[in-house]
Write a protein that binds this ligand. Structure first.
Ligand code: GLA
Length: 721
């Protein structure tokens, strides 16, 4: 009987999606299912999002009457809840009434087609199921079949709804130098908005990612959690509406403030993707699904190991020149680094980039600093066996620049207004909706690579918001298209760059982590997590950022002590141990290290090379949160086959009666035996060096790895024997 039942289950799993009944649609990933119903003439409904089910279980879902919610609610008919779509039709009618006209499956895509009951207005809902991780991407394509232009007032990417008492939300807020600060709170009745109005930097304050924990207070490695991330480079809004205590609806998309978009007859609009996942392994399970999906399908070069680099910024700021760069190259070479990146300050002719008041836009070498130009810098790196990278801020200019003098109409601004300027009192944003500006921005990268074919790495920065709303390029009736068209222009420029230079490593930076969003990641290999390099504060920033982004993309640099942002003094071991949980780099003058520190740094770089594949390509398990750990924090990385792991723990507060917690590991093979090897233990004894433990013991009973002082930290490598 059992066998017959499992055969039946197998048959249900094998039913091809194209043979769907008219009623039920299952979007399946290996471990999850999203179930919708699509009855012709009615609105499509969401009924279930959770662990994988088969078609035979649909009746249970209906009988339980758990969820039954419009999959894409439109404004104007029974729309007393939040809506995903709001349209002014060609005749001025502001109401829309969508009904299913069909559904189909094409490979990993499920497409549900909708049409307005009275108007030639069409919406296709797309659901893309990732077969290697458990992420579903959803977006819509909206088409105007009417005879005259229509106006999209609100056009969300996707909707997710659930019924659950006691659900919590985890979200991230920040500011310059303190990005991705985590907030966890119960979802209570009312509307919660997570928004970005910056115009240019989509991750500067709020982040476009949330987790919803269904089993009360969020746990790292247990409990049911839904994760959602809007993949969009510009302004967005994530609305979470809670009705009563039970019903929570997430509607996510491009910000609907000042962004009305006109579609001419026959034109379509594709919204950005909303990526969703569901896990029963707590927040950590959601993170690991996003990391895997990111490495497999989203992040540029998601499988290649990232190099250890030295960036010149905190070492010399804008005082770069040939001699000082060569000294830094010698320094990082001696420590075992692989790449040197010259940051801001290398350019400018009439307006030399000696400080941040001028020069952006004039991407011509400052020959007073670099008499033989960028090629000589690159050659110096090459002579030392290092790769070479360079900083640019392509979408920006200063009012004191040759570029602005030649093209004042290229900046984002309305010609009637006095310019509101940003950094340095002169910074302005170039209008990426203008194709001429797009060509110019493409040319910055193209010219640099043409002049320096061996250029390996670019740091693409962006340090200003859209302070002056308006475009000289867009016609007066399209001014509300600016934010969307800016980002479409930026994206198509990045696509052009990637088509021509697929192997160029490009770092995403925006005053630190001001652009961290999955919408950017297809074009970038990594991002600068924060301008704050203080190792203590980094524990919090990196903790938050890792909820949705993989460590291989997180640029983490060891900098000087006292730290330049917080003036905190932190030992070199702790600084390395914190930076090693991502893409390790350095941002200081290596010549400022004393001999003992230099020897230590060499060992740390060599050790990182050994653990790099586990950290950058393995599964991350966050263990003890700095938000809850009373001054302690820990996390670990486990290789995909669970044969190797590396465990990190930190103490960043100290009181006489502050006892080190017992460390419970996660993600190991419970039946395997692991040998422990500790990297440069600063404690009195190497308690665990060479000892062996079962995975089960390490996860259940755990280790008493003592941390004696403030800024003590330990890194333990585990190898299956
Ligand atoms: C921004 C970046 C820094 C650095 C400076 C250069 O602030 O986040 O890392 O590149 O610009 O001006």
């Amino acid at each position: 009987m059992k066998r017959i039942l499992s055969l039946l289950a197998l048959c249900c799993l094998l039913v091809p999606m194209s043979n769907l009944s008219a009623k039920d649609v299952f979007v399946n990933t290996p471990k999850t299912t999203l179930m919708l119903s699509v009855n012709e003439g009615s609105t499509p409904r969401i009924h279930y999002y959770g662990s994988r089910i088969n078609a035979g279980q649909a009746q249970e879902i209906y009988d339980a009457m758990s969820i039954n919610y419009d999959a894409y609610p439109a404004f104007g008919r029974n729309s007393y809840d939040e809506t995903a779509l709001s349209v002014t039709h060609a005749d001025g009618n502001m109401s829309t009434e969508l009904a299913v006209t069909g559904s189909r499956q094409e490979g990993d895509l499920t497409i549900i087609s909708l049409k307005d009951k009275k108007y030639d207005f069409y919406v296709d809902l797309y659901y893309k199921a990732n077969d290697k991780s458990d992420v579903i991407e959803t977006w819509t394509v909206i088409r105007n079949g009417e005879k005259k232009p229509i106006r999209l007032e609100q056009y969300a990417s996707g909707v997710m709804t659930l019924r659950q008492e006691g659900a919590w939300i985890t979200h991230f807020h920040g500011t310059w130098g303190a990005e991705a600060q985590m907030t966890e709170e119960p979802l209570t009745a009312g509307l919660k908005n997570i928004v970005c109005h910056d115009g240019v930097r989509g991750g500067m304050d709020d982040r476009a990612e949330v987790m919803i924990s269904l089993d009360g207070k969020p746990q790292e490695n247990s409990g049911r959690v839904i994760g959602a991330a809007l993949c969009w480079t510009g302004n967005y809004k994530l609305r979470l509406e809670t009705r009563g205590k039970y019903r929570h609806t997430l509607i996510a998309g491009i910000d609907d403030l000042h962004t009305a978009y006109t579609l001419k007859p026959g034109e379509s609009f594709q919204t950005p993707e909303l990526a969703l996942t569901y896990s029963e392994e707590g927040k950590g399970g959601v993170s690991r699904a996003f990391h895997r999906w990111g490495r497999n399908v989203k992040l540029h070069n998601g499988h290649g190991l990232r190099e250890i680099l030295l960036n010149s910024w905190e070492g010399v700021y804008m005082n770069v020149n040939q001699e000082v760069c060569e000294q830094m190259m010698d320094g990082i070479k001696e420590l075992g680094g692989e790449l040197f990146v010259v940051d801001d300050g290398w350019f400018g002719r009439k307006y030399r980039r000696t400080d941040d008041t001028q020069g952006l836009g004039d991407w011509i070498t400052d020959t007073e600093k670099l008499p033989n130009g960028v090629p000589a810098l690159l050659k110096a790196a090459e002579d030392r066996g290092l790769k070479f990278g360079i900083w640019i801020e392509p979408e920006m200019t200063n009012s004191k620049s040759e570029l602005f003098e030649a093209h004042p109409d290229w900046v984002v601004a309305h010609p009637t207004r006095e310019l509101s300027k940003g950094r340095g009192g002169t910074q302005l944003v170039l209008d990426m909706s203008n194709p001429k500006v797009q060509d110019f921005v493409f040319g910055i990268v193209d010219n640099l690579v043409k002049e320096n074919p061996k250029l390996h790495y670019i740091k693409w920065d962006c340090n200003m918001s859209m302070n002056n709303y308006g475009s000289s390029y867009l016609t007066s009736d399209k001014q509300s298209h600016l934010v969307v068209d800016y980002h479409r222009g930026l994206r198509s420029t990045l696509e052009r760059i990637r088509a021509k230079y697929p192997d160029l490593v490009i770092q995403l930076c925006a005053s630190g982590g001001g652009r961290v969003n999955w919408g950017f990641m297809p074009y970038f290999d990594e991002f600068w997590v924060s301008d704050d390099t203080d190792a203590q504060q980094r524990l919090f920033i990196q903790w938050g950022t890792s909820h949705f982004f993989p460590t291989m993309a997180m640029a983490q640099h060891v900098s000087a002590s006292p730290n330049h942002q917080t003036h905190r003094v932190i030992p070199l071991k702790f600084r390395f141990d914190v930076a090693m949980t991502g893409r390790l780099g350095m941002e200081m003058k290596p010549s400022d290290l004393n001999d003992r520190e230099r020897e230590y740094a060499k060992k740390a770089v060599a050790f990182y090379k050994e653990i790099r594949p586990i950290v950058q390509l393995g599964d991350q398990y966050r263990l003890l949160s700095p938000y809850e750990g009373n001054g302690f924090c820990s996390e670990m990385f486990v290789s995909e086959d669970k044969s190797e792991a590396v465990f990190f723990c930190y103490k960043f507060e100290h009181y006489v009666d502050l006892h080190t917690p017992r460390w419970h590991m996660a993600g190991l093979d419970p039946n395997a035996t692991y040998r422990l090897n500790e990297f440069e233990c600063a404690e009195r004894e190497h308690y665990f060096e060479g000892k062996t433990f079962s995975g089960k013991f390490l996860m259940e009973t755990g280790l008493d790895a003592y941390l004696s002082r403030q800024f003590s930290s330990r890194v333990i490598r585990l190898k299956k024997i």
